[in-house]
Ligand binder design. Structure first.
Ligand SMILES: [Mn+2]
Length: 358
């Protein structure tokens, strides 16, 4: 297991590399060029500069999260071939600089969705990301996007870049004629275009689940259950076509057995990396993000780490979204303190799992 930490880059993250380096057991970051629009080529010189900066802090950068997929690819528009060619170029450039895993998602229009980015947790006075489908009921997609941007403390949220939002209404219209099977067909076309390059370059693609784990605003969503991911890994049968197993995203639906999903895809060799966090269910399609500790939420974190150890022990892992605690402000979900506590806790579970196995 390699413990890592998501980092958005010097200009876009309130957390510094030297702070990350001081978290016990931290080996590297999951890195991102925050200024790149979906569909653009990541050039070698900018990749080299970013990774050199990370390495200078004593950290590795073997996972990139995310290289976003252009909407035209998901929609299956004729212009997709140009964007797939750019994606291939980016894969080759990242591979040259030691990157092993690329996280991405295939969610139409929206990346993750929440109805409150700083919901007070009454028990301890901290706050965390929160979702309640009932609150979404009266909101249009544009309302939600506006309130998300308003609540993001001046940081651009991944998947919510203002440039993309101008075209939001047009894009929502185009998706009206895209059924889940159409989206899957477009997904296969994308994988057929990039996976041969990944195999040749030693890169693993890791698809992040839909978050929350159900359809929103009537858009097709095809990546929120074990059976969905069975279809995805079958779209292109390759060790380079894998899952980014996000316990909090899959776990937002209490019907998903997260531990079973790790064992299933882990033993198939189809987990490219994991995001490990806990979640607290509050009702039908209503949840908040919890501290990583098992007893703070509804997931059994010990069983999660044991499933990783027994089926995919060499995986890259990172603590996922944290609460905001101790008065910290920053990008919602991505402060330093609670994620550092999460990493320390997961490392402790890992040590117990490893020693118990001996
Ligand atoms: Mn995640």
């Amino acid at each position: 297991m390699k413990m890592t930490f998501r980092w958005y880059g010097e200009k876009s993250d309130s957390v510094t590399l030297s702070q990350i380096k001081q978290i016990p057991g931290m080996t590297g970051i999951m890195g991102f060029l925050d200024y790149k629009a979906a569909g653009e080529v990541w050039n070698e010189d900018e990749i080299a500069a970013y990774i050199a900066q990370v390495n200078a802090a004593g950290l590795e950068c073997e996972v990139i999260e995310s290289v976003n997929v252009h909407e035209d690819i998901k929609l299956g528009l004729p212009s997709r071939d140009r964007f797939i060619e750019n994606y291939r170029e980016t894969i080759k450039n990242l591979a040259k600089h030691g990157v092993k895993v690329i996280v991405y998602n295939f969610m139409p229009v929206f990346d993750w969705l929440r109805t409150d980015l700083a919901r007070l947790i009454p028990e301890d006075g901290s706050n965390s990301l929160y979702f309640d489908e009932a609150e979404l009921g009266d909101m249009s997609p544009l309302d939600l996007v506006r309130s998300t941007i308003d609540g993001s403390n001046g940081f651009t949220l991944p998947g919510w870049e203002p440039e993309r939002l101008a075209e939001l209404e047009k894009t929502l219209e185009l998706y009206k004629s895209v059924a889940p099977d159409d989206l899957r067909a477009n997904y296969k076309y994308f994988l057929d275009g990039i996976i041969p390059v990944c195999e040749e370059q030693g890169i693993v693609m890791a698809c992040h689940p839909d978050d929350p784990a159900w359809p929103v605003f009537g858009l097709p969503r095809i990546a929120h259950s074990q059976s969905d991911f069975d279809k995805i890994v079958a779209l292109r049968d390759s060790p380079s076509n894998t899952v980014c197993l996000c316990t909090g995203s899959l776990g937002s639906d209490p019907n998903n057995d997260v531990v079973a999903a790790i064992r299933h895809f882990g033993s198939m060799g189809r987990i490219g990396c994991l995001h490990v966090r806990n979640i607290k269910h509050l009702g039908y399609r209503k949840f908040r993000e919890a501290a990583h500790l098992s007893e703070s939420g509804d997931l059994d974190m010990y069983e999660i780490m044991r499933a990783v150890f027994e089926t995919c022990p060499d995986s890259y892992i990172r603590p996922d979204h944290g609460r905001m605690i101790w008065g910290e402000t920053g990008r919602p979900g991505y402060g330093l303190y609670d994620r550092a506590l999460g990493a320390a806790y997961l490392n402790g579970l890992w040590e117990a799992v490893v020693k118990n196995a001996k």
